[in-house]
Design a protein around this ligand. Structure first.
Ligand SMILES: CC(=O)N[C@H]1[C@@H](OP(=O)(O)OP(=O)(O)OC[C@H]2O[C@@H](n3ccc(=O)[nH]c3=O)[C@H](O)[C@@H]2O)O[C@H](CO)[C@@H](O)[C@@H]1O
Ligand SMILES: C=C(OP(=O)(O)O)C(=O)O
Length: 431
């Protein structure tokens, strides 16, 4: 495990080019299993989740060429061993569940992995995935502790309306339905930018999908998909992370290749903390020295609030960055994580800096901002942006702090420390 050694208190200023979105590249890589033709991907981030997935492909016999400098990857699964899996699916990353539909398409069977959990944000249930795959024709069986999914021939089209909008379950539905016999409909579909990215790539591979970006997907199965060349879109999580770092340290930060259309609500959330985000074409920017201040709502007896839920709500993965800003802002703010029951288990780490946060229940906390803070040593949970948020607070306090076990950041943000240093940060990896 690696720690971030921080000398904080300096404004971070400069320009960042964000990497490709982890939550786009991983499902798209899984979708490459749906064709025997080669697929070339540009803007592939050099992150540990991608490394794990590629190691799995290589062990199965797939051919890979990854030029990390140019961020270009070519993959061909023509020699993928369809008889047996060489090992377990990659562990410690949620995207392993995204192999379920493509592996069933290729191999007709899959033993369920014991660890497809990802971050420790919550329980990360498998039920919505199993419901979808069974609805589309797979059969689940149990022998001792082992659970196996089997698919006889092709998936078969179905209409499905799950309990909630799940990102990866929607992606599994899409990857199963694109090659299924007939027309499938998913109501209550997730529509995050990365779900749209996957669907757009599937369409470019020859899939027939309508309703992209909405809560209802209609998919007409086709006989086969083709390969092609695609570019992974920029990571909006990384765009927001670096804007928030500028805001918390009082520096001016510009982030290229942002999508302004993603920012209406995210920009309003920054605005509630006194931070104006501007857009110059596809560059998002935060100006220097904006006083962090939480605006009181017009309605009395209400706390100012940022609430996170499935898109187009505020993204749950970005809530920690807003919490870090609130810790440094004048005023009081409530945060409401409508998705995960484990998203706030690290509040006691913020308290080590001197922050005052009341945990109301597993889904809600109240931050009492602008308390006097001091540098310290904190322990990051296995939650990517919680580690980032702990770094944000450390970077805003003059003096030496350590964020222990912060290498979970490498799951999504390549060159995190290099980017910070280019903004003038004094920070390094240590052990
Ligand atoms: C690889 C990947 O893409 N991971 C993302 C994906 O994970 P993932 O697809 O696992 O997340 P889901 O959308 O399934 O939601 C996670 C959990 O939240 C709970 N839940 C969710 C929605 C809801 O309306 N009600 C509810 O209770 C469920 O327990 C569910 O298991 O989406 C999450 C939510 O945006 C993100 O944090 C993860 O970064
Ligand atoms: C929660 C995340 O990832 P995963 O779903 O893989 O745990 C994340 O990217 O913040």
């Amino acid at each position: 495990m690696a720690d971030l050694i921080v000398n904080g208190g300096k404004p971070l200023s400069g320009t960042i080019t964000p990497s490709g979105n982890k939550n786009s590249v991983l499902p798209i890589l899984c979708a490459t299993l749906l064709t025997d033709e080669p697929v070339t991907l540009h803007n592939v981030p050099n992150i540990t989740d991608v490394e794990k997935l590629l190691a799995f492909f290589a062990a199965q016999g797939s051919q890979l060429t990854w030029d990390r400098d140019s961020c270009t990857l070519t993959v061909s699964h023509r020699n993928f061993d369809t008889e047996q899996l060489a090992g377990e699916l990659p562990a410690g990353m949620r995207s392993s569940v995204l192999l379920f539909a493509p592996i069933l398409q290729r191999m007709g069977r899959l033993r369920l992995p014991s660890n497809a959990k990802g971050c420790s944000l919550g329980i990360r249930e498998l039920d919505p995935h199993l419901e979808i795959l069974e609805k589309l024709g797979a059969k689940l069986s149990q022998s001792g502790d082992a659970h196996t999914l089997k698919l006889d021939g092709r998936f078969r089209a179905a209409r499905h309306w799950p309990d909630y909008m799940s990102v990866t379950a929607t992606e599994n539905f899409a990857m199963a339905a694109v090659l299924a016999e007939g027309e499938s409909v998913l109501i209550n579909a997730a529509s995050e930018p990365h779900v749209q990215d996957l669907c757009q790539v599937l369409v470019s591979m020859g899939a027939q999908i309508s309703g992209l970006g909405t809560s209802q997907l209609v998919i007409t199965g086709v006989e086969r998909l083709r390969g092609g060349t695609f570019t992974i879109n920029s990571d909006h999580h990384e765009v927001v992370t670096f804007l928030a770092l500028g805001a918390i340290t009082g520096g001016e930060v510009r982030v290229r290749h942002s999508v302004p259309q993603h920012f209406d609500l995210i920009g309003r959330a920054f605005g509630k903390l006194g931070v104006a985000i501007e857009h110059e074409a596809d560059t998002a920017l935060v100006r220097a020295r904006q006083p962090l201040h939480i605006a009181a709502p017009f309605t009395t007896n209400l706390l100012p609030r940022i609430e996170a839920a499935p898109w187009p709500y505020f993204p749950v993965d970005l809530l920690p960055c807003m919490i870090a800003l609130a810790v440094r802002a004048e005023g009081t703010m409530q945060f409401w994580n409508k998705v995960y029951e484990g998203g706030f288990g690290w509040m006691h780490e913020l308290a080590k800096f001197g922050a005052h946060i009341a945990v109301s229940d597993p889904h809600r906390v109240i931050v009492f901002g602008a308390r006097p803070l001091h540098p310290t040593i904190v322990d990051a949970p296995y939650i990517i942006r919680a580690a980032v948020a702990l770094y944000m607070v450390a970077a805003s306090i003059p003096g030496s702090s350590v964020v222990k076990n912060a290498d979970t950041i490498r799951r999504a943000h390549p060159n995190f420390v290099g980017n910070l240093r280019s903004l003038g940060a004094e920070v390094e990896w240590g052990t």
